[in-house]
Design a binder for this molecule. Sequence first.
Ligand code: NAD
Length: 494
Amino acid sequence: MTTYNNLIDGKWVPSASGQLFENRNPADDRELVGLFQKSTRADVQCAIDAAQRAYTSWRLVPAPRRAEILLRASQLIAERKESLARDMTREMGKILDETRGDVQEAIDMTAFMAGEGRRQYGQTAPSELRDKFAMSVRQPLGVSSVITPWNFPMAIPSWKIAPALVCGNTVVFKPATLTPLSAVNFVKILEEAGLPPGVVNLVTGGGDEVGDALTAASEVKVVSFTGSTGVGRTVSEKTAPSFKKTHLEMGGKNVIMIMDDANLDLAVDGCVWGGFGTSGQRCTAASRVVVHEKVYRTFLDRFVSRVKRLRVGNGLESEVEMGPVVSRAQLETVARYVDIGRREGAKLVCGGNVLSSGSYAHGYFHEPTIFADVAPTMRVAQEEIFGPVVSVISCRSFEEAVAIGNGVEYGLSASIYTQDVNRAFAAMRDLYTGIFYVNAPTIGAEVHLPFGGTKNTGNGHREAGTAALDVFSEWKSIYVDFSGKLQRAQIDTE
Ligand code: NAD
């Protein structure tokens, strides 16, 4: 059985704790994927010290040179895409097509950020004074803490680490305890691509110990966190006293709105993919579907008959369409919400059960589940379940659909199916989310556009695209006076 170490200051080292944790396959928990370091605050401090030392030289490496390392990393990830995807399916369960997509996002993001090595554009502006030059440039912040969830084990780390590095920051990275292997794989590739020691450090372990130390440390200048809203709030409270720049990407309760003029077959395809892709464990999962009453019955019949045919199983098998959920705790959460939905009076029209016999016996499998006739205020329509459970809600009008769509605490992604361009544009304007789709489900973001959400999903920052540079850099405005005399802004006019 392979034991994986932390990466600190360019060396793969065990934790000072001498303790390990297990990483098991959620499709068959008899399979131990690997043993990982259960790290301590002392390990985190070593990693932060290394990152701080590395920062003094890394920030001075020209950005195009930093970018060359990212480009090499992108090529190495592409060469190893298949084995990286297989490792990811083994440790978190989603099907191979999706883990390949996750790895592809890391390829795309590292390549995109490599391009930013030759851009990171600032501004030049005319000065109000003669013989004076005015410009703004991006400056790195220093040591960055990167804390990530398990549902996109390579994509999300790449969304944070690639822009952090191209801007000239150094990184201490703590992945979710459920997906440390993909984190090790990603960091090994960065190392192989030529990253100097200490520029990226990896410390595995729990949120309470490792995560907490990474948010509290005074040497850390920026924290980039993706995870649940509850933990995000804790992170925010921890970083506030020291005014650390804090980037939070949190939960979602995303909606697909289907109007009476929609192409219903297309909408069904979108709801199956949006609701049950990654077993519903995407922050952008379409866990609510709001359907115009005129097409409600027809849509529901077609949706249910499609979902009943979904093949659930081990994501490594090519015919499987939906894998397990990530852990026993997640399975219990899903089962609890199915129970809550039933008790609230939602109508269970598909699934609803944990799968535990035969080939499912050793995994965390749940039937794809649909609740119909759901009231927008029910808990299953309000709270993030993060599993294969979709709530279908009827509405009487476009305006009501928009109100229901907006009527949750989250604001990550929303979508509309309609043939009416006026409604499509009104919805684009009126849904208060960070991401919006027309005639496509709530999932499908691309790396070169900003990604993030409003309300309790985010705190105003965005990742991906050039927006990610704003998280990992600060503006410095520079004025150069070449007049040889004192010129006073706002006072001298000649
Ligand atoms: P989580 O909040 O439980 O954990 C996220 C990370 O934070 C993990 O690495 C965890 O170990 C760490 N952590 C836990 N306690 C901590 C603490 N006190 N201090 C610092 N770090 C701590 O989330 P999860 O279960 O891994 O992921 C699922 C959640 O992530 C869902 O809510 C989902 O919506 C969200 N998510 C959001 C996005 C987005 O972009 N908005 C993307 C993916 C996932």
